[in-house]
Design a protein around this ligand. Structure first.
Ligand SMILES: Cc1cc2nc3c(=O)[nH]c(=O)nc-3n(C[C@H](O)[C@H](O)[C@H](O)COP(=O)(O)O)c2cc1C
Length: 244
């Protein structure tokens, strides 16, 4: 694993001793120290300590993106989030589901067996579970399609967030999961018919809280059809990355 801040051109690594500060509860931290060849850069250390003082710490974030077009606003918003999060010291692991050609159809191999939470799922699902477990937080960025998420992302959840691993005697491995939903409509048009609350209930309560996520959040990035709305939307994505 490369520590954050070691991209070409970044500041030189500090070799030798390292300190790990891990927040284990709102009012308590575990502090560890060692010399096991860990390479933290000054910037990463500063970001970690600054984050600690602000109540956060640097994280490995799996950024799951569900949009078929590389030139989409969703891709731009994901890059804005990722750049700001990286600047804050976090590490981004990209999961561009469309580019990876993820199959969202739940076939029999991945159907939950209610009598056997230890069921072994397909290789593809096991690989996705392992990718999630290599990270510490999840961010899903997607366009709002029919007041919900695209089938591609829904299928990723259907297959991977499975019985015995994300629920059914287990919890999703990450305490912090954010959903960033890019919408064509504005906030007023969503509020008018209660689509905003419907999405909170369906996605935040029905999926994230159901799977034991302790810090779930759905962030609506409205107004993607409007040029000014697009700029505000990209700024909001960057802000979410900066204060992740
Ligand atoms: C199949 C489909 C369904 C959509 N449904 C909605 C919707 O329910 N509400 C909404 O505000 N926008 C909806 N939109 C608009 C998308 O949210 C919009 O295309 C997206 O925000 C623009 O970003 P993009 O360039 O990344 O696609 C829909 C778009 C498509 C293609």
């Amino acid at each position: 694993m490369e520590p954050p801040g070691t991209a070409p051109g970044s500041d030189p690594p500090i070799m030798g001793a390292f300190i790990a500060i891990v927040r284990v509860a709102p009012d308590s931290v575990n502090i560890g120290a060692g010399t096991a060849g860990c390479k933290w850069t000054r910037r990463a250390l500063d970001a970690m300590l600054e984050g600690y003082h602000e109540g956060t710490h640097v994280m490995k974030i799996l950024l799951v993106l569900a949009h078929p077009r590389q030139t989409s606003l969703c891709h731009a918003a994901a890059r804005a989030f990722a750049d700001a999060a990286t600047d804050a010291g976090h590490q981004i692991d990209w999961a561009d589901l469309a580019a990876e050609r993820f199959d969202p159809v739940l076939h029999e191999a991945d159907e939950p067996d209610w009598d056997n939470p230890a069921k072994i799922y397909s290789q593809e699902v096991q690989a996705e579970m392992a990718r999630i477990e290599r990270n510490e937080a999840t961010v899903m960025l997607f366009p709002v399609w029919w007041w919900s998420m695209p089938a591609l992302l829904k299928g990723w959840i259907d297959r991977v967030w499975n019985n015995g691993w994300a629920y059914g005697g287990a919890n999703y491995p990450h305490a912090k999961v954010q959903m960033l939903a890019v919408a064509g409509g504005d906030a007023a048009s969503f509020a008018k018919r209660g689509y905003d609350q419907a999405m909170v209930v369906q996605l935040e309560t029905g999926i994230l809280r159901y799977c034991g996520v302790q810090e779930p959040s759905l962030h609506m990035l409205y107004d993607s059809f409007d040029p000014e709305g697009r700029s505000a939307l990209l700024a909001k994505a960057a802000e979410l990355g900066a204060r992740f």
